[in-house]
Design a binder for this molecule. Structure first.
Ligand code: 2NL
Length: 342
């Protein structure tokens, strides 16, 4: 019997040596030390031995069992160490490699243009006035001198919400009414930037969402000369000191008189080319003297106060400045376009 025990321990130790992964190790454990394992069975065999053989056998079998348990623990520990060493090799970091530079983001071209516009008007004393995108029909149209069914409403294709009378603003002008009502009776110099929405066919020239920057000055002696001076100065600051600017009579429901502002074509310097459609001029914004009805709706007595207002599309300004041919690039999220700026 003792000889059998010696064979068992030898066989077990050899088997343990070749158990070189977690699975082999756990199989080894159950086949020697498990409930039906060989070493466990050898302990159980003690009971069936003649009484005089039991002490020697018992001592030895217990020794063997402990030896195998210790050997198992040692092997498990060795396998764990080996796995750790291997992980270190596999995941080794080469600290001498130069780091990968982080890619900082950049400002969207519309944001850059907006900020240029803010800077120019800030120097002329205009504050930025922000106002909501979701507006009432009243502020967006009626109070701007366009009562319901007024044909001028046809110029703005509107997005309606399911709440009657609540719409997406088609221009930033409703914010001007809010500004006037907030500041009355103080004089005002503000610009209003922000997204506007129109339910239109999307083309190279028109989007359903776009930024607008409007300006408003209200005070006691504001004349059309102030309007012209402000706009000519702005045009030359944003497009270049030598630019020619002309005012062409036009119509907006909220201004009287109204004008479109043109600048000599930056591509051909007024000679005529494809971009200016051979007119030599590019339209950059609209403007006018605030209509008395609108002044009154803002709380100002048109007998005492006057004002000028203007509106422009910063995406359009950026298109002219950078020769961008299609307005859809702005909100198309194509990095090939966006990465060309900043
Ligand atoms: C354009 C023309 C313009 C205004 C906007 C305005 C607002 C109030 C009163 C008077 Cl509350 N005027 N805004 C005036 C003239 C032109 O925008 O072509 N924008 C892209």
């Amino acid at each position: 019997m003792l000889e059998q025990l010696e064979r068992l321990v030898q066989e077990a130790q050899e088997a343990l040596q070749s158990a070189n992964d977690d699975q082999a190790l756990s199989e080894w454990r159950s086949s020697y030390l498990g409930r039906k394992g060989k070493a466990t069975e050898a302990v159980k065999a003690l009971g069936s031995l003649p009484r005089e053989e039991r002490p020697a056998y018992g001592r030895r079998v217990n020794e063997i069992k402990r030896t195998l348990e210790d050997a198992y623990e040692a092997k498990a520990e060795a396998l764990k160490k080996q796995a750790q060493v291997q992980a270190l090799v596999v995941d080794q970091v080469d600290v001498s490699l130069p780091g990968r530079p982080p890619r900082p983001g950049r400002l969207h071209p519309a944001t850059r243009t907006l900020r240029e516009i803010y800077d120019i008007f800030a120097e002329m004393g205009f504050q930025v006035y922000r106002s909501r995108d979701v507006e009432t029909d009243d502020l967006n149209f009626t109070l701007l001198n366009m009562p319901p069914h007024h044909p001028a409403r046809d110029m703005w294709d509107t997005f309606y919400t399911v709440t009657p009378g609540v719409i997406l603003r088609t221009h930033t002008s409703p914010g001007q009414i809010r500004a006037m009502r907030q500041y009355y009776p103080e004089p005002i110099r503000v610009i209003l930037p922000g997204m506007c929405y129109r339910y239109e066919q999307i083309t190279a020239r028109s989007e359903i969402m776009f930024n607008q920057v409007e300006g408003l000055a209200v005070g006691k002696d504001i004349t059309m000369a102030d309007l012209k001076g402000t706009i000519v100065d702005f045009a030359r600051r944003i497009f270049g000191a030598g630019r020619e600017v002309r005012f062409r009579a036009s119509h907006f429901p909220f201004t009287e008189p109204s004008a479109e502002v043109d600048m000599d074509c930056i591509l051909c310097d007024g000679a005529g080319c494809r971009v200016c459609k051979y007119t030599g001029w590019l339209e950059i914004m609209g403007c006018g003297m605030v209509h008395p009805v609108v002044l009154e709706n803002g709380g100002y007595d048109p007998e005492q106060y006057s004002g000028f207002a203007f509106g422009m599309g910063p995406e359009r300004i950026a298109m002219l400045k950078h020769g961008i041919e299609d307005i859809r690039y702005f909100w198309g999220n194509d990095l090939r376009f966006l990465e060309q700026f900043g």
